[in-house]
Structure formats: C-alpha cells, structure tokens
Design a protein around this ligand. Structure first.
Ligand SMILES: [Zn+2]
Length: 280
C-alpha cells in the first residue's frame, strides 16, 4: 500500500494571472489535485488523502505538511510566477524537493518535473530545486517543513510552469489539459513505485459465447494467476478446452471445492472478482 497526501497549493481565489483574468492558481490547482487523486486511484494499492476538503478551507502551511504523517509521499501543486507582470519568456517546470536530498528525493522530483514539461511543452528545461531556511537548518517552505517534521520520506512542491506566461496560462485554463497533467504525474508516480493499473472488471459472466474482449481479459488474468507449470494460454478470445481447464485449475488453487463440480465454462462474479483482485 502506497499512501499519498495531496495538497492544492492555495485556497479561494488566489494568485490571479496577469495574462488572463480568468486564471487563478488556487482554482486550477484545486482541479488538478482532484484529477490527480482520481488518476492515482486507478492504480492498485494506493491510498490518498487531501489537505483540504473544500477550496474555501485554508489550513496553515505547516499543518498541511503535517498531514503527511504516516504517508509515503506528499505533493503540493502550484503554478509559478516571475514578478507580477506578463513574462513571455520564462516557461519551465520546477519541483522543489528536500534540500538534504532525503531518500534520494531528486529522483522522483526530476521525473515529475519532466512529466509536467513533456505534457505542457514548456520552453526551458525541467528541473528540481531546493530552498532552505536562512540559517540553513530546515526547509524554507512551510508545507515541506511540516512534511519533513512529520517523518514523511518524500515531499515535493510541483510548479506546473508559470501563470505569468501567456501560453502556459491558456494551457492551464483548459480542463482537458489539467486531466492530461494529472495522468502524466500519476504515471510518473506509478512508475516510481511500480504500481499496476487496476484491471476493469467485465460486468457479465464470461462463457464461450461472450464478447472475445471479455474472454481475453479472463485469459490474461488467468495467465497472471496460475502456477508456472500450467501452460500459458494464448490471448485469442477463444474460450476453448485449455481456457476451460485453466478455470478449473484456478478454482482448485483457490480451494473452491463447490465450483470444481462445474465444467469451467462459466466465469461468474466471484471468480471475476478474484481474478481482478489478483487472488492466488
Ligand atoms: Zn503557489
């Protein structure tokens, strides 16, 4: 189980773009966090909390970081600004990570920065950065300090380019693009933790007369569940004798004596659920 704490950078209507008055950093990042939560939950073994239950809530920075206690990963989502006016040139993704490079945090940080840059098509190279307090003995940013003090192993601020850049601002205003950004970040996180997508479950019982796509789903899942000695099934959508016997072997493996009296030509609800859940 990977536990992730997501933080939408700001509340209410905060940080209006000088390029387009419709853009507020708080609103775009709130939506991005909602999408990122959905995209991450499409993977197996992921648990998510968010630091705000509504966009109008404003817990203190440090407290938001502290929510990451017992969590594996903390991410705060932002768009960046250079000065207060429009800047046509500065356009890049930067991810702030632990200045101590705790648990080699630069690795995932750079992957996230690259995922943002590739998706947004930003001008300058993606990068990681750090910021420590004046005396140099703690994280400068309150959310990161909170997460660090809570013992969270990996914590980041993701700056999804600049809302002072007109091109990036227009890009971030489109909902479809925020969805793409969430998918790209979720993929980077999934690759880092080696997470697998939860297979979708066919709705009806699977029989030799079923849609070949549903039969293929069963064949793929059976291959993943059955012992090495069982010959691998061809993923051909044809529910023949080998698939039928594979179902019987799978029931035997699960200790489902009652099912064993059947001939293995019907993959019912409990079997589909067991296959989807990866039960062996
Ligand atoms: Zn921000």
């Amino acid at each position: 189980m990977i536990k992730i704490c997501l933080d939408a950078g700001h509340y209410g209507k905060y940080n209006q773009s000088p390029c387009n008055k419709k853009y507020y950093e708080s609103e775009a990042m709130w939506r991005l966090v909602e999408y990122l939560k959905e995209e991450l939950l499409a993977y197996n073994g992921v648990h998510i909390i968010t630091t705000r239950s509504s966009i109008d809530q404003n817990p203190a920075l440090y407290n938001r970081g502290q929510r990451a206690k017992g969590y594996d990963l903390f991410i705060s989502e932002h768009s960046n600004a250079v000065g207060s006016g429009v800047d046509n040139n500065v356009d890049y993704a930067v991810v702030y990570r632990s200045y101590k490079n705790k648990n080699n945090s630069d690795g995932l940080g750079l992957r996230l920065a690259k995922a943002v840059a590739d998706t947004m098509g930003t001008k300058q190279n993606p990068r990681t950065s750090t910021c420590k307090s004046e005396k140099g003995n703690w994280e400068y940013y309150g959310v990161l300090r909170g997460a660090d003090d809570a013992g969270c192993p990996l914590f980041y601020i993701v700056e999804n380019s600049f809302h002072t850049n007109p091109k990036s601002t227009e890009w971030l205003l489109k909902d479809d693009n925020l969805r793409k950004l969430a998918q790209a970040q979720a993929k980077a996180i999934a690759e880092y933790y080696n997470l697998k997508v939860i297979p979708t479950l066919p709705a009806k019982a699977i029989t030799p007369e079923s849609d070949p796509e549903d039969i293929k789903w069963a064949q793929e899942r059976l291959n993943a569940m059955l012992p090495d000695w069982y010959p691998e099934l061809q993923i051909d959508g044809d529910y023949g004798p080998k698939t039928r016997i594979a179902v019987l072997v799978y029931w035997n493996q699960l200790g489902w004596g009652k099912h064993m009296q059947d001939d293995g030509t019907r993959i019912g609800k409990s079997t589909r659920e067991a296959l989807a859940a990866g039960r062996k």
